[in-house]
Design a protein around this ligand. Structure first.
Ligand code: NDP
Length: 247
């Protein structure tokens, strides 16, 4: 298969880690569809950056937590570019709070966006992946899903759920030449972590043997590898990019 004729779809691909993944994948695909929640300026900026790299790109606003919206966005991407062969689920939110005080709706919303959102896009792209005889799914988890994190019962549960989801998909599609893997970042410098109070960040960094935050580009490099032909025999794995935080 000519790897220059591929289409990648990246949820949350307009900002932070997802944007860095889009820019990295620009080296190995021809078309990139980005899904985002609503920040249009960021979406336009990332689309323009991709166009500048010679990649065709469109961004579609949708709430991945809503199965109909997620399917409609994936369908629009397919109409524009053809079948999706690389799917990266990076859309994610946090709604942190101590368990005793966490409103049930905050628990549900984080599960719906971070976990059900990935299920929705996978379902919407499943036939494309199955038929092509080659494909890649990479879900962005978190060290929180592997080790737990006080104040993140919703987020840790969603990210742990993604591990099981990823391994199930890996088993379902292995015979079709499609791999499914999860990348689990530690503390990465993006808008998400810039919102953290200083004390929280300092406590988090104290747990990182490398003593610094990671860069979105460092996560993107791992995703880029997993999407490359060189990773044909790597499936069902959890690849941590966390400066040694969890080991
Ligand atoms: P950002 O907040 O920088 O970007 C989030 C992206 O997801 C944006 O493109 C946003 O769109 C999109 N998004 C949010 N909610 C929805 C939704 N309901 N439907 C569609 N798109 C949505 O996040 P990061 O880049 O920091 O995080 C990316 C992923 O990495 C997340 O899954 C996160 O949990 C994970 N992660 C991040 C870590 C970190 O330290 N930053 C650590 C470990 C994991 P819009 O711009 O329109 O809001």
């Amino acid at each position: 298969m000519n790897h220059n004729s591929k289409t990648a779809l990246i949820t949350g691909g307009t900002r932070g880690i997802g944007r860095a993944i889009a820019l990295a994948l620009a080296g190995q695909v021809e078309n990139i569809a980005l899904l985002y929640a609503g920040r249009r300026d960021a979406a336009e900026d990332t689309v323009n950056a991709l166009l500048g790299k010679g990649v065709k790109s469109l961004a579609f606003a949708c709430d991945v937590a809503d199965s109909a919206q997620a399917k409609a966005a994936c369908d629009q991407a397919r109409e524009a570019f053809g079948p999706i062969s690389i799917l990266v689920n990076s859309a994610g939110i946090t709604r942190d709070g101590l368990t005793l005080r966490m409103p049930p709706e905050d628990f549900k919303r984080v599960i719906e966006v971070n976990l059900a959102g990935a299920f929705h896009t996978i379902q919407a792209c499943y036939r494309d992946l199955m038929k092509a005889g080659w494909g890649r799914v990479v879900n962005i988890g978190s060290v929180s899903g592997l080790m737990g994190n006080p104040g993140q019962m919703n987020y840790s549960a969603a990210k742990a759920g993604l591990v099981g989801l990823t391994k199930t998909l890996a088993r379902e599609l292995a015979g079709r030449g499609v791999t499914a893997n999860l990348v689990a970042p530690g503390f990465i410098d993006t808008d998400m972590t810039r919102e953290l109070p200083d004390g929280t960040l300092a406590r988090a960094l104290a747990q990182v043997p490398m003593g610094r935050m990671g860069k979105a580009e460092e996560v993107a490099a791992a995703v880029n590898y997993l999407c490359s032909p060189g990773a044909d025999y790597v499936t069902g794995c959890v690849l941590q990019v966390d400066g040694g935080m969890y080991m």
